[in-house]
Design a protein around this ligand. Sequence first.
Ligand code: C2O
Ligand code: CU
Ligand code: CU
Length: 484
Amino acid sequence: MERRQFLQYAGSSVAAIALAQCTRSANQQRPQLPLVSADGSLTVGLTATEQKVNLAGQSAQLLAYNGQVPGPLWEVQAGNTVVVNFTNGLAQPTNLHFHGLHIPPTGNADNVFVSVPSGEQFRYEFAITPTHPGGLFWYHPHHHGLVAEQLAGGLAGPLIVRGAVDEIPEIRAASETVLVLQDFDLTWRGRRREPTPIFRRWGRQGDLIAVNGDRAPAVTIPQRGLLRLRLLNASTSRIYRLRLENHPWHLIGMDGSTLAAPLALDDLILAPGNRADVLVAGDRDPGAYTLMSLPYDRGISDMMAAMEGDAVPRVEAATGAIAQLQYGDATAEVSLPPTLLPSPVLAAPSRRREFVLDHGIDGEQAFLINGRGFAHDRVDTTVQLGTVEAWHIVNKAGMDHPFHLHTNAFQIVGRNGAPVPTPLWQDVVNIPAYESVDLLVPFADFVGKTVYHCHILDHEDQGMMGIIEMQAGAAYRPTPPIMT
Ligand code: C2O
Ligand code: CU
Ligand code: CU
């Protein structure tokens, strides 16, 4: 009951991490300046390496992009072109995925079937349409079988797209901080621990929570002004339940979308892959307020009951600080915007499908969608461009599974058979153990093959992924399925 309530506030589950960019404080040793597009494009070099990194005040042997954990913050405008000259300096293959972007899933754009061998380079290039939603997105490896390992090593970076939401006057005037949440399982020497079989089954989780590579960084709330906190859960498996203690906060968007109006938040649930866009109005007693991470049970008790032997996974410390929010100097008064952006209106769904998430035996068949584990040469779902589909996703297992679709975001319209009060747009939706969700999914603009999967990346690596092919069939007319 309590849990259901949290889910409705957040619309789903996810977690986030941030890169502090605009605010400074003693704790923020490494304020990252974003790499910002100019003259309509952003060209970046990105190299993945295994190396020593300073993480939360200790030295750790991690996987880093350009020597940083998390990777550099990129910032572009809707309508820009992005070029990433990528070098794989790892000892194993990898690739890149641009999580949440509505761009082609083919060629050298957001193509997760590309494999970049150790020591080789690949040039990614894509255009972000002028009408692309503004939001927080992210890049991370997507090489099937190695995704959990590479994310748990630290490979993830945030990407801001500026769009219509950024033109709202109050939001323009807000001070902005990106927080990237990652968890690590390290030995006292700072080496990554190999997950035990049971940890791999549950989804590896570490007890060191790093926020922008730091421990509970300080963030300034402008007194009388607005703080825009942008949270990204870049953790491999951990679902965060976040609470801003003794201070109101408002959700303005999830993943790459914006709400019609700010929504008062209680607890915010962030599943792996989820992002939340939140406003904190500096209209309370000036002081310090803690953003806390609270316990969230994603099914470990059920799993423990079903398994024997092996060591019990070390479940995370129950509660901890994610960030310390402190009032700063008084600024010009800015209050919460009364409204944000109109919600897109969808055409009626032309087809209904069901996806059943369940557990199998082991290896490639340990986690299943509709009874099957992932096969790279099998198309599981074929859809037509220009249509909207109603997807019913059922979790028949005793563990949460956050469901993610590439290329197109979806609207969450139902949970457990009942309509949701605020149908949010997301690209990852958590489905708690034995629950179900109903989604409306518009297929727009891009043909080709891509994937949907559980964003607990150990589950994805062990089979909980399917291939979807988007086709422009005879019936296709380039009428957008989304009308704004
Ligand atoms: Cu963030 Cu297919 O992943
Ligand atoms: Cu993705
Ligand atoms: Cu899962």
